[in-house]
Design a protein around this ligand. Sequence first.
Ligand code: DX5
Length: 214
Amino acid sequence: MSGNSAFNRDIKIAPSVLSADFGAEVEAIEQQGCDWVHVDVMDGHFVPNITFGQQTCEAIRPHVKTVMDVQLMIAPVDPFIEAFAKAGSDILTAHVEARPHLDRTLQAIRAAGCKAGVALNPATPAEAIAHVLDRIDLVCVMTVNPGSGGQSFIQSMVPKVERLREMIGDRPVHIEIDGGVTAETAPVVAAAAADVLVAGSAAFKGGCVGRPEV
Ligand code: DX5
């Protein structure tokens, strides 16, 4: 409220955005040809931001005709797996840093009927997931520090992508890049064998990632 607005008791209408039509945005990006819909769940504890919960995932699920790719930037993870699975997530990605028992968390995600993803923050080496490669369907390489969109791509993550490609071998595991993906950085990570590109600002704020010529 602006400081100079005098207090008054006139009737005011305040629609709750909790019931906003996220669906319209989802339908728009799918009409534009996106392959997946990425949902950033943040708890204000594991990362310095709070975004969506399972209720929002439930609200957008009916509008998602492709894949609902839900990244849980939360700690702990395990108590919320069932709720996000019930909300209709196709993929649930937990951060290796969220701890304490990654192998158990990944098993629980698959047991809940979702594909299991693991995310690595920039300071976490690829080797941190060497022992769970057979428990995952996706690895998400954070190319920014998680918590907000619009940050710059961290170039030093490219060798990590290449290393993960080697480690994964012929396992059916997607390599997802998340953060600072633009028309300039997309070809770089695609050449390093990433196959899923998460784009926030580039998709919604006037840019467009497009499909990199690789
Ligand atoms: C960052 C999120 C990313 C982010 C991507 O914490 O996990 O998904 O929203 O946004 P851009 O593409 O703007 O970096």
